[in-house]
Design a protein around this ligand. Structure first.
Ligand SMILES: N[C@@H](CCC(=O)N[C@@H](CS)C(=O)NCC(=O)O)C(=O)O
Length: 201
């Protein structure tokens, strides 16, 4: 059975959500956050001390989006848009946008909101917030007249981006999302599989 090392609000949510959507059996293992300080024994599982880690027999993945693709493939799911299918390029675009473009400013915001008080920098926080909203403007435009980001169906591209929107919720910026983004976030985070994944403690 696949084992997922997770912490609430961490990128492990993407993998748990994917597993829940596919009704795939898994074993969740809660890790104390941040692992380097709170649970050093976890470094044996993931030498970077980052969450998530997915273990399936001898296979180990510690990139959340890659792990979602792996889980989908392994479970025979239909949550990816594969080569030759309509919407493939959009799928790749938004799958990676969620991690590579939305997460860097969010990471800076997390550090400057929840990190040690003496290292918090209000200017860096404000700049990251501005950068996030510049990047979210493209999500807002993409969602005009659309329910999903790619291929007119729910895919891992949505899992990737909605995770970032959810983290924005924890950072209390979701109230400033554009109307398309806010409605999309509300709709997708109401999915029972998302709710089940987010309820893991
Ligand atoms: N690109 C990786 C990033 C993993 C990552 O940065 N995880 C964060 C939590 S969401 C973490 O463990 N941070 C603690 C640290 O880096 O020490 C992924 O998508 O899985």
């Amino acid at each position: 059975m696949m084992k997922v090392y997770f912490a609430p609000f961490a990128r492990s949510l993407r993998i748990l959500w994917t597993l829940e959507e596919l009704n795939a059996p898994y074993e969740p293992v809660r890790v104390q956050f941040p692992p380097k300080q709170a649970q050093p024994d976890y470094l044996h599982i993931n030498p970077l001390g980052q969450i998530p880690t997915l273990i399936d027999g001898d296979t180990k993945l510690f990139e959340s989006v890659g792990a979602c693709e792996y889980v989908n493939e392994k479970s025979g799911g239909d949550l990816a848009i594969t080569a030759g299918q309509p919407g493939r390029a959009d799928y790749l675009q938004w799958l990676w946008y969620g991690e590579a473009t939305l997460m860097p400013p969010l990471g800076t915001m997390v550090r400057n909101t929840f990190g040690p008080e003496e290292t918090r920098d209000a200017k860096a926080l404000a700049e990251a917030r501005a950068s996030l909203f510049e990047r979210l403007a493209l999500v807002e435009a993409r969602l005009e007249g659309r329910e999903y980001l790619a291929g007119d169906r729910f895919t891992l591209a949505d899992v990737s981006v909605v995770y970032a929107l959810n983290l924005g919720g924890m950072l209390r910026v979701a109230g400033d999302y554009g109307p398309n983004t806010a409605a999309y976030f509300a709709r997708l985070s109401a999915r029972p599989a998302f709710q089940a994944a987010a309820a893991q403690t």
